[in-house]
Design a protein around this ligand. Structure first.
Ligand code: ASP
Ligand code: MG
Length: 636
């Protein structure tokens, strides 16, 4: 995986601060289980009290006690199948209101001045979207006033109000109190935000599936976002987006002990405006790379070990590949395409050509042989930023922009923090200019705006920065479905059309793959496009697309629910050959067939059959040496 390294220097600078014990402004967030009983609330009060006594100012953000929110949802469903969303917010926001009062009382009881505040009282202003509002703005005046008086302010997480005029109670979506906490930390310029939960931090994978999962000391925000399907249960992805965008140092730890937990490292704050906090600038950079070439292997057999063989050989030749895409097809052959930097194209091509004859499709001896296709004049253009998760409109806007600029897209690769398209090199400048214009990115990427935040971040306590590991964590997502559209005409605007439709229906797309092979049907060159969506969206999306397919000249829309997606994520894989090969080899050794591959700079994902998902996760976790002997205890 090629490309630029993250801003390690910024991270290192912020680390340095931690060596000095200074008085800090800290936001502490306690999740449901951490405030699940009287004893737990008293323990929280003790921890807060200790933090204040050490000379810090503390804002506490809490969730509803235990499973209160689930209980409220259940009651509502007994009354109405599809309860009114405004009333749902009215109901669910009560959970947190109970906790703030009790925590505040517990603090007062041990002699710590404290005051509870609802989202409305603080002035957490959100969109008027009930049950899934995004934060627009946080008033800091009342918060700061109480802090200045030496009080601990205990704020209800997960809730806000639609505007200071309308005062409609909104909620941020399930698990949203992490988001409240980090947004408050950004707004008041807290030194850091601590997320207290019932696990000791972020683990290399799901410990219920892999007993040897290990605790991480640290992880970057981008890695955390790419691992969203793994980490979402521990830390709300929207909270990580805010931490990244505003440079809020974040740590996840257990409220049961004093272990250091896992630091989630954000790049240096960019001085971003606090206006439209969660909705401004989902894209903060447009990147391009003209030094790319594409190698495609067409019609390779769809069976375990093919990708492993190809990329094993490529890594033995020390060729670093950037994007890898494997698409699926009718019948039983695949296309695998990858990009490399132009200077090593010759070597990559030689490897592919040497291996192609050996990959002949044995079950279809009469079919055409595997064939190598080279494309030299290509460029990769990408949009990057935190704010794309759950917002299908962002990728759709990229494709629409390219379509409008008459740029044809040859390959697409999407991840949680980046969408990359391979286009013809001659169209690169036009593509970049159009994208910069559409996403309001200045060429030098300077973002000087009003309302700057100033943090004096004091992140991780441990000093020298180790080189980041190539693989930080492994995630398994069993809640996806795959859709494939056959024979989509290969011309500008098709991806825009498709993803525009998906965005309109609020369907988030995860992996997107365009096949390499072009087939001429009815005189028009066509390709298959496959992508994955949440399983709950699968059927309705298939229906919606089937309805428009013939009108748009597309072929059949095929749905497969029985898939699993395994991903490896690590900032250290950038510029390191052989990481993909190792993943594919681990799968091949266990006879696990790879149906689709998609990569971004710091992530490689494979789609496999659903029943092989857990096994795939286990063998990959082991292959990268992430397994440890220390058993991490997870409370039930
Ligand atoms: N109480 C809310 C929920 O259960 C918010 C949260 O806990 O973060 O979803
Ligand atoms: Mg929660």
């Amino acid at each position: 995986m090629l490309s630029r390294l993250p801003n390690w220097q910024g991270i290192e600078e912020s680390r340095q601060h931690f060596k000095y014990k200074v008085m800090a402004l800290i936001v502490q967030k306690y999740g449901g289980t951490s405030v699940g009983s009287v004893e737990r609330i008293q323990a929280v009060a003790q921890r807060v009290y200790k933090t204040v006594k050490a000379g810090n100012s503390v804002v506490v953000v809490v969730s509803a006690m235990g499973k209160t929110t689930d209980g409220l949802v259940k009651i509502a469903k007994e009354i109405a199948q599809n309860p009114n969303r405004r009333e749902m917010d009215m109901l669910l926001s009560t959970g947190e209101q109970v906790t703030i009062a009790l925590v505040s009382m517990a603090l007062q009881e041990i002699g710590q001045p404290a005051i509870s505040m609802t989202g409305a009282q603080v002035g957490i202003v959100t969109e008027a979207e009930h049950t899934r509002a995004r934060i627009l703005h946080i008033e800091t005046e009342r918060l700061n006033h109480h802090i200045a008086q030496g009080k601990v302010v205990v704020v209800a997480g997960f809730q806000g109000i639609s505007s200071l005029r309308h005062m409609e109670i909104t909620t941020l979506g399930r698990g949203g109190s992490d988001t409240s906490a980090v947004a408050i930390a950004a707004a008041i310029g807290a030194n850091f935000c601590e997320i207290y939960t019932d696990v000791p931090g972020i683990l290399t994978t799901d410990p219920r599936l892999v007993a040897q999962a290990q605790l991480m000391d640290e992880i970057t925000c981008n890695e955390m976002l790419e691992l969203a399907s793994l980490g979402a249960k521990v830390l709300h992805p929207r909270a990580v987006e805010i931490a990244r965008n505003y440079g809020v140092p974040l740590v996840v730890k257990s409220s049961w002990c004093d272990d250091p937990g896992t630091w989630v490292i954000s790049p240096k704050p960019q001085g971003r405006s606090l206006v439209n906090l969660e909705i401004a600038r989902p894209v903060d950079n447009v990147e391009f790379d003209t030094d790319q070439a594409k190698v495609a292997l067409l019609r390779v057999p769809d069976k375990p070990g093919v990708a492993a063989r190809l990329f094993g050989e490529i890594s033995r030749q020390n060729v670093d590949v950037d994007l890898i895409i494997q698409s699926i097809h009718e019948g039983n052959s695949n296309d695998i395409a990858f990009t490399v930097t132009a200077p090593i194209l010759k070597r990559a091509e030689a490897v592919a050509a040497a291996i192609a004859p050996a990959l002949r499709n044995q079950s279809h001896p009469n079919s055409d042989e595997a064939e190598v296709m080279i494309e030299q004049n290509i460029a990769k253009v990408s949009i990057a930023g935190a704010g794309m998760i759950g917002r299908p409109g962002v990728a759709a806007k990229m494709f629409a922009t390219l379509a409008e600029a008459q740029v044809n897209i040859q390959m697409i690769s999407t991840s949680e923090v980046k969408v990359s398209c391979v286009v013809d090199a001659t169209e690169c400048d036009r593509a970049v200019a159009a994208l910069r214009h559409a996403f309001e990115i200045e060429a030098d990427n300077e973002q000087k705006e009003q309302g700057k935040v100033s943090h004096s971040p004091l992140p991780t306590p441990h000093s020298p920065l180790p080189t980041p590991p190539p693989v930080r964590g492994v995630a398994l997502d069993m809640n996806q479905a795959r859709l494939a559209i056959r024979q989509v005409p290969d011309r500008p605007g098709m991806a825009a059309k498709l993803f525009g439709l998906l965005a309109q229906h609020n369907v988030s797309v995860d992996m997107i793959i365009q096949s390499q092979r072009c087939r001429i049907v009815d005189g028009i060159p066509r390709r298959d496009i496959a992508f994955t969506v949440s399983r709950i969206d699968g059927e309705s999306t298939q229906q919606m697309l089937t309805q428009v397919a013939s009108e748009l000249g597309w072929g059949e829309v095929v749905l497969d629910n029985a898939i699993a997606k395994v991903s490896i994520v690590g900032a250290g894989m950038v510029g390191q050959p052989g990481i993909a090969a190792k993943m594919f080899e681990a799968l091949a050794q266990h006879q696990i067939n790879i149906q689709m591959i998609a990569t971004s700079e710091i992530k490689i994902s494979c789609v496999v059959a659903q029943e092989q998902g857990v096994k795939a996760l286990q063998v990959i976790h082991a292959a990268f040496g992430l397994a440890g002997s220390e058993k991490v205890v997870i409370p039930v």
